[in-house]
Design a binder for this molecule. Sequence first.
Ligand SMILES: [Zn+2]
Length: 66
Amino acid sequence: MFQLNMRTRRRKMVSVIMRKDHLQNHVIAKHTNPEDVKWFQFEQCSFRTKQKKYLKIHVDNKHTAL
Ligand SMILES: [Zn+2]
């Protein structure tokens, strides 16, 4: 169990964040007209998201040197 916890710790942190905003996320994803959604577009690639925090996560993951 300890080894499993070590391995899934990062994934678990992400899922906690996802669960917290799951309902809001679901409403925007499924019940909002695409035309009514304010899209956040990253200029340096084709990434686009409905929620600003996911844009930040994308930039942190893909465009920020560790
Ligand atoms: Zn990108």
